[in-house]
Write a protein that binds this ligand. Sequence first.
Ligand code: PXL
Length: 268
Amino acid sequence: MVDLAYVIAGSEATGGAGLQADLRTFQQLGTYGIGTVTCIVSFDPKANWAHRFVPVEPQVVADQIEAATSAYDLDVVKIGMLGTPATIDVVADALARQPWRHIVVDPVLICKGQEPGAALDTDTALRRQILTLATVTTPNLFEARTLSGMDDLNTVDDLVEAARRIADLGPRYVVVKGGVEFPGDDAVDVLFDGTDAEILRTPKVGHARVAGAGCTLAAAITAALAKGSEVSDAVRLAKDFTTAGIVDRVSGNTPFDAVWQGASDAPR
Ligand code: PXL
């Protein structure tokens, strides 16, 4: 039977990020994707594509998780944007109700579209209630600065130290993503396993951010783990999959492009 991959995340209405990117990734990697929607983000084309954010009623999030986990024996889950402390409570409770082989947490911090106080409460709840459950977490540079408390992340050694500090918060494996903002010509990611750091490099594909890259990377790690890969193999496959999707990206009327998960030379 096909391997099952589960995601609990937000919907992003242009389809570039969030649950839409996650489910496309699951499908392309040959897994049966199941999704629970936590919130709805609708970029506003009349306001420079700013985030409009609406949380799904926490009980409805709980109901969706109950349906998904009752229908199937799920053991690998990706956690994307959760959005509010109330949603985080519900998701943390649901995750505690059964064993998981892997919980992949994309620590989507600072929920744009929320007022700053609410965003800070959400970040604190995520760190305390969700990050501690992660077997793998995938912070970007901004999230790595916030979670590690290190303001300057300019060298590979800095990324390794940040990963080490984030591992101290609970996750077994930490993937710090340098992305386009990290100095140099390479897209550098660091995989820290609690003892050793592996440095993954590919040449940067341009210098503009591409929507959905973080979601796609974490979803591809999740799909590979669902199929039985070891973490370091899953991370390497996910980086190649995401890079291929950035090369073949989709352009629309937004000021940013989006990753194409169906890139012809993406690994499967
Ligand atoms: O890329 C982070 C992200 C995750 N999930 C949702 C989003 C975004 C960014 O816009 O909207 C739902």
